[in-house]
Design a protein around this ligand. Structure first.
Ligand SMILES: NC(=O)C1=CN([C@@H]2O[C@H](COP(=O)(O)OP(=O)(O)OC[C@H]3O[C@@H](n4cnc5c(N)ncnc54)[C@H](O)[C@@H]3O)[C@@H](O)[C@H]2O)[C@H](O)CC1
Ligand SMILES: [K+]
Length: 511
């Protein structure tokens, strides 16, 4: 991979970005030059998105810091290209560099207005109020201006980040600009991948204004602490190139323990997800009454019929299913119901890596998450959605307010790999590494798609025992694959047309 391309997957915090900038300036890059370069690129991008012939009146919000500086450079460039530019500056005091640009804009005759209403007749708004320097909640007139702006049907382009969003958590600090487009400067920031911020970001794109990789690696330690699982990385991790001489047991053996009379479907979907992964051998332990169904749906799987409770759950595991040495990975949970408590307790003793999902997570929460996982040596993967996460980790406050940190804390507390499902799925390992799945589709937010993911994760991990990629990277790759298949299916069948069965059919369409 080209050194620069590697930066596409790097996500930096506000503090790291500030430190990278400091390195740039200490090495001699003039601040004004960096501002000019970044803002010139943004003004060119704005002219592509909003050509003069369709958009002539542009309102520019000017903040007190360098975000405002960027905005003033953009204002000047659009003015010189013939756009009718209006400036609004809610705060009187500007930093030195933006003040210089303000003086120049004034000498060019670009009009200033002293209330935000004057911009309500513009066809485009540029949001240069705050960038990654925002430290406090917006209040007073500032907050009122932003709320007013959000009521207008005018497209907004936000510089670096919609003003009011916390750069790292994506939290709305008081209020925040609802952008149509957000231009992330230089390197991705965590807010772009925090679910609570997505509604404010609009179309997000990164403006690469040429930060040398040297400066980045001088601040960002390897392995990259927060990294996007990009297609390039996914193709690196996927076991796509199989050795010529191989056999089914070399492609991994996965044991699925799932299902109940009440939830038979989840078993099939988990099995289909596992098959889609390309795993060599698949065994599926289900309540005895489901065996005929599974044999029909998953003919190439070894179906193990388990003793059944009167409610139709797996009451216990027969010897074939508890001989854990013959499996590379065990995935447990979909459709198990709360009666599967003995099964989960048994799986927790397995010496191979395990994946726990759905009811297995709820049972784990009942058993005591940290206590139960504390004695495990082999890897554990938990795949909660937000509700399951809150049950597993009642001591982590409001995980939705910073999903990245929540997943990181949970992984640290348990020593497990945590996959926190969401619009942007987060994968955290116990050493503090975070993977983010940068894109997905709401089409996946429906029953069954999580079952497919569990099967896919189990199947990929089973194949990984030979390749030995880091387990967290393989879990993230499975999540990337799952999202990619969902996006392609949604594209071809609309977001309503992606049921879990369809999703499985698209797993192999994305390559
Ligand atoms: N990323 C890059 O390499 C580049 C970044 N640039 C732009 O610079 C901003 C960051 O600039 P900075 O001056 O550090 O911060 P802001 O512009 O975000 O301004 C914050 C400014 O406002 C004060 N402040 C913070 N919170 C509040 C509040 N709630 N109310 C009032 N005032 C507040 C704070 O003291 C700061 O002074 C970055 O986003 C980019 O747009 C470069 O120009 C280009 C390269
Ligand atoms: K902004």
């Amino acid at each position: 991979m080209q050194p620069r391309q590697e930066l596409d997957s790097v996500v930096v915090t506000a503090e790291q970005m500030a430190n990278i900038e400091k390195k740039l300036f200490a090495a001699g890059m003039p601040v004004a030059a960096l501002m000019e370069k970044a803002a010139l690129m943004m003004s060119q991008r704005i002219q592509q998105l909003y050509p003069l012939k369709t958009t002539s009146k542009v309102g520019v919000l000017v903040g007190p810091g360098h975000n405002g500086g960027d905005a003033l450079v953009i204002a000047r460039e659009l003015h010189l290209q013939g756009y009718e530019v209006s400036l609004y500056r809610p705060l009187e005091k500007l930093k030195a560099l933006p003040q210089q640009h303000a003086n120049y804009a004034k000498s060019l005759g670009i009009p200033y207005y002293d209330d935000v209403e004057s911009l309500s007749t513009c066809q485009l708004i540029i949001d240069g109020l705050f960038g990654f320097g925002l430290t406090r909640s917006l209040s007073g007139n500032l907050a009122m201006d932003v709320d007013r702006l959000n009521e207008w049907p005018i497209p907004v382009v936000s510089i670096d980040i919609p003003s009011g969003l916390h750069t790292d958590t994506g939290e709305v600090l008081g209020t925040a600009v609802k952008a149509t487009h957000s231009f992330c400067l230089g390197l991705w920031k965590p807010a772009y991948f925090q679910d609570q911020a997505l509604a404010y970001l609009g179309e997000a794109e990164k403006i690469d204004f040429g930060i040398p990789t040297r400066e980045v690696w001088s601040i960002i330690s390897q392995p990259v602490p927060i990294q996007l699982l990009t297609k390039t990385l996914a193709l690196e991790f996927l076991p796509l190139s199989r050795p010529q001489v191989t056999h089914k047991y070399q492609q991994g053996h996965l044991l699925l323990i799932c299902g109940s009379r009440r939830y038979a479907g989840g078993t099939i979907l988990t099995g289909l997800g596992a098959q889609g992964s390309g795993v060599g051998m698949l065994s599926v332990a289900v309540p005895a009454s489901l065996k005929p169904l599974l044999i029909g749906q998953i003919p190439d799987g070894l179906i193990i019929d388990c003793p059944e409770s009167e409610k139709g759950a797996v009451a216990s595991l027969p010897p074939l299913a508890t001989d854990f040495d013959s499996y590379d990975i065990i995935a447990c949970g979909p459709g198990l119901t709360q009666d599967g408590i003995d099964v989960v307790a048994k799986v927790l003793d397995a010496e191979c890596p395990i994946v726990l999902d759905a009811d297995a997570l709820n049972i784990l929460a009942q058993l005591g998450t940290v206590k139960s996982l504390g004695k495990r040596q082999a890897a554990t993967v938990l795949t909660p959605h937000l509700g399951e996460f809150k049950r597993l980790f009642p001591n982590i406050d409001h995980p939705e307010k910073d999903r990245i940190s929540a997943a990181k804390t949970a992984a640290h507390q348990t020593g497990a790999i945590i996959l926190l499902k969401g619009a942007r799925t987060i994968i955290a390992n116990p050493q503090g590494k975070i993977w983010i799945i940068p894109q997905s589709t709401p089409a996946l937010a429906r029953g069954g798609s999580g079952d497919v993911l569990t099967g896919l994760i189990g199947g990929l991990l089973a194949q990984n025992t030979l390749i030995q990629h880091p387990i967290d990277a393989m879990v993230a790759t499975a999540a990337w694959w799952h999202a990619k298949a969902g996006m392609l299916a949604a594209q071809e069948r609309t977001e309503l047309g992606v049921n879990a069965g369809t999703l499985c059919q698209y797993l192999h369409r994305i390559f």
